[in-house]
Design a protein around this ligand. Sequence first.
Ligand SMILES: Nc1ncnc2c1ncn2[C@@H]1O[C@H](COP(=O)(O)OP(=O)(O)OC[C@H]2O[C@@H]([n+]3cccc(C(=O)O)c3)[C@H](O)[C@@H]2O)[C@@H](O)[C@H]1O
Ligand SMILES: Nc1ncnc2c1ncn2[C@@H]1O[C@H](COP(=O)(O)OP(=O)(O)OP(=O)(O)O)[C@@H](O)[C@H]1O
Ligand SMILES: NC(=O)CC[C@H](N)C(=O)O
Length: 573
Amino acid sequence: MPQLRIALAQINSTVGDVAGNAQLHVDWAKKAAEAGAHVVVFPEMSLTGYPVEDLSLRATFAQASRKAVDDLPRRLVEAGCGDLLVYVGYLDLDEVGTRDAAAALYDGEVVGRQFKHHLPNYGVFDEHRYFKAGQTLDVVRLHGLDIGMVICEDIWQDGGPVTALGEAGVDLVVSPNASPYERSKDDIRLPLVARRAAEAKAPLVYTNSVGGQDDLVFDGDSIVVGADGELLGRAPQFLEHLLVVDLELPAGGHCAEGEFEGMQVRRRVLSTEPVPSYEPVEAPISEPLSDEAEVWSALVVGLRDYVQKNGARSVIFGFSGGIDSAVSAALAVDALGPDCVYGVSMPSKYSSEHSKSDAAELARRLGCHFRTEPVEDMVRVYVDQLKLTGLAEENIQARTRGMLLMALSNQEGHLVLATGNKTELAVGYSTIYGDAVGAFAPIKDVFKTHVWELARWRNAEAEKRGETPPIPENSISKPPSAELRPGQLDTDSLPDYPLLDDILDDYVEGDRGYADLIAAGFDAETIDRVLRMVDRSEFKRRQYPVGTKITFKAFGRDRRLPITNGWREGTQR
Ligand SMILES: Nc1ncnc2c1ncn2[C@@H]1O[C@H](COP(=O)(O)OP(=O)(O)OC[C@H]2O[C@@H]([n+]3cccc(C(=O)O)c3)[C@H](O)[C@@H]2O)[C@@H](O)[C@H]1O
Ligand SMILES: Nc1ncnc2c1ncn2[C@@H]1O[C@H](COP(=O)(O)OP(=O)(O)OP(=O)(O)O)[C@@H](O)[C@H]1O
Ligand SMILES: NC(=O)CC[C@H](N)C(=O)O
């Protein structure tokens, strides 16, 4: 049986850094060559990073990408990787328009070039805005085996490129991907890839990106699946990694050229001699992370890459003694280390003793920087001069804290984190230009009930490892309060969080209408109240900092509603 050693280079590219990404390709191709691989597959648009958004509309950027891909074969030869077949993702530009492209590089040449056929245009994707679809499939014959490629969404749609490659008769399909993380998506990918491998009647090599890019995080989890659906290798989640898999394939090299399923299959012969027989290595099959570990890793990587890829070193934010800032702090320390995390307690005249002591205890457990900067005197100047009362007086406390943090950010160079969760964002329960200030919001896509679950999970993990649990028990167990007036509790303004999160799950994630919510058993008055809060706070969400998507539908590019909006669910029934 012919043998082939495949490497999947699950790398963390930086959007826009074409030169840096090109160097990453050389470095990881060298690793693949050292591992004895015959083929290495990089992720989708690995040379440019993904998604490049409107950068793809700039001719200069597309030309730089095209030049980088054209230069790479020579650099690979110089690095001793000339006889390695290298698949890279990049942005191309031809007479039709910009393309989400992948190229096959071999022996100093670009030997194949293909454009994505299916352009996703839902959820976070806007690819019809950016790309023109491809019509050709470039197959290369290496060591007598015919290798076809498909790019990310091409495997998510029925029919099309995979079917065509199966009909043409390829021996192997490689697939560069940039598939953003969301909860449970890895449970879908493996059966999907297995189904496509069966359709192609050939093993499928699925390389996914890893790392954070603004609101998206890529989890890697690259896999190789046999034509019979068997999982042959699996890379770890959220880490850069080279997965090496030895394949034993039926004798091949019979792929036909011509039109299949309306697509033009072209073939280029590189070598026909089979690889001399060698001792295969057993490929690792990494265990997928548990649900909570996976979410925690996504939030850590999203935060770390946002901070570091934007050239910052450290973060600063308010430690209130509550659960949201505590979980944000534990994430920040896991992402950046304690020396890069600065907590500030900012008591006002309504702050409880426990808010101060729990904040100090959090900092002690985490070993991060911590200071106390009372806001009472600053708030009094505003309240007295402007004669503020009621909500205006309440909110000026949150705003003074926001301003104080931005002042320290300017002075000391830290990025400010906003600690709001998805539940608060949904109902507008935060002060705009107050606790909503910040560069990045690590838990903005985590519902409040999930924030508590993550806190308990993170503490339990620490205990398992014999470490001090990072989050003070009191921050988990006490009733949440914004402490903007005496005795204030979140439940004064909001339904209990478990009920609220259930409604939001249906209304925000599920986009259900009023009748469906009634049918789901929620009480009419509560639905009206919650929906009104959600609909009226779109303006706050639009101005909220970016943060890592972990759910099916995150606020931001996943859910785009008009701010000026006269439609009210329920009132027009
Ligand atoms: N459509 C629109 N487009 C743009 N701006 C719009 C607007 N409608 C109102 N506004 C502006 O927004 C202002 C009202 O918003 P804002 O000032 O935020 O105030 P508001 O939403 O009325 O109050 C903040 C709420 O969040 C709660 N809170 C605050 C801080 C922390 C927490 C927490 O537990 O995490 C909770 C607080 O108890 C209160 O219930 C208006 O005065 C107006 O300037
Ligand atoms: N006394 C305070 N000292 C420092 N920061 C504060 C203080 N009060 C509020 N903050 C900041 O404002 C954010 C919103 O806090 P608030 O207590 O109003 O609501 P919360 O949603 O219950 O958050 P948390 O669970 O962190 O308390 C906090 O996470 C924190 O970053
Ligand atoms: N980059 C892409 O084409 C990604 C689309 C695909 N449905 C995914 O999430 O994996």
